[in-house]
Design a protein around this ligand. Structure first.
Ligand code: SF4
Length: 290
């Protein structure tokens, strides 16, 4: 009888969560975990702390909280694929909140968690290494791609293969340097055969993406390709319909364009990407090359 009632509660809870998910809820705010009462000495999890942001920062943007809880709510067309996996918030760093050192410290903490992540068994078993992200920890611009390919898996850095070389050219054409940007992917492990990330894999990896976004706290996010755009914003709209528009994700403005690997297969689409880059530069207040 007790088992029947437990099963019924489980089923009702699952149905409720699934209905929220269908309604577009992608993340649930999670309180910090409490240590087991029976063993207080095992409490290694610190509750999130709120510290006063520094009075100034190199780019005068708002600062992220000291202990980052990686919850994030897409604002536009939410259509979440999976409920999130959320682990303990990072502890506060020993550095001034929002400083370069603070961001580097927290990204490094996050990187270590990602390196040990085995949420996607197939990917974890096949990877050479995790591909966390690279770039300026206090960048105004954060680029999101799809997933590591063979080159990225081998080198441990996103966008280093042929598509990465093309991305570098696009960045240079915009008058920017790769070091001006923070670059990461929807997934941090290479899908076998470079297949598209599965929805559950993107859901598994979402916490790490949200963490990177929260720490870098960019003003602009550029989604390269449908996988990046759809997963970040929880939409099923095509990349063709998403590009040319801007969206809001937290405080960041989001723009979408084609993935460089698509441009390698379809060079005619380069002119579309260039139009998207001009929109990006204009919105960022940067000179737009003619
Ligand atoms: S893809 Fe992301 S969530 Fe999946 S195993 Fe790799 S790091 Fe973990």
């Amino acid at each position: 009888m007790a088992e029947d009632s437990t099963f019924a509660i489980d089923r009702a809870l699952r149905q409720e969560l699934e209905s929220w998910q269908r309604a577009g809820l992608s993340h649930l705010p999670m309180p910090p975990r409490r240590p087991p009462a029976a063993n207080p000495s095992s409490a290694s999890v610190k509750p999130p702390t709120t510290r006063t942001p520094p009075s100034s920062r190199s780019n005068s943007r708002m600062t992220a909280p000291a202990a980052t809880q990686f919850t994030s709510r897409p604002i536009t067309s939410p259509q979440a694929h999976t409920l999130p996996v959320v682990s303990d918030p990072l502890p506060a760093s020993p550095h001034a909140v929002g400083s370069l050192e603070d961001r580097q410290w927290r990204l490094n903490e996050l990187r270590q968690r990602v390196a040990a992540c085995i949420r996607c068994q197939e990917l974890a078993n096949a990877r050479t290494q995790t591909v966390f992200g690279v770039g300026n920890p206090e960048a105004r611009f954060l680029f999101i791609g799809e997933a590591p390919g063979a080159d990225e898996d081998a080198q441990g850095e996103p966008f280093v293969g042929a598509a990465g070389q093309l991305l570098n050219k696009i960045i240079a054409a915009c008058g920017l340097k790769r070091e001006d940007i923070y670059i990461c992917n929807i997934l941090r492990c290479r899908p076998p055969g470079n297949r598209k990330p599965l929805p559950e894999e993107a859901g598994n990896c979402r916490e790490w993406l949200d963490g990177q976004i929260a720490i870098v706290d960019p003003e602009f996010i550029v989604c390269w390709g449908a996988t990046a755009a759809q997963n970040l914003m929880g939409t099923e709209e095509s990349i063709g319909r998403l590009r040319g528009r801007s969206f809001q994700h937290g405080r960041a403005t989001v723009l979408c364009t084609y993935h460089p690997s698509y441009l390698l297969r379809n060079p005619a689409a380069k002119k579309d990407v260039w139009e998207d880059m001009k929109l990006f530069l204009k919105q960022a207040g940067l000179p737009v090359p003619v």
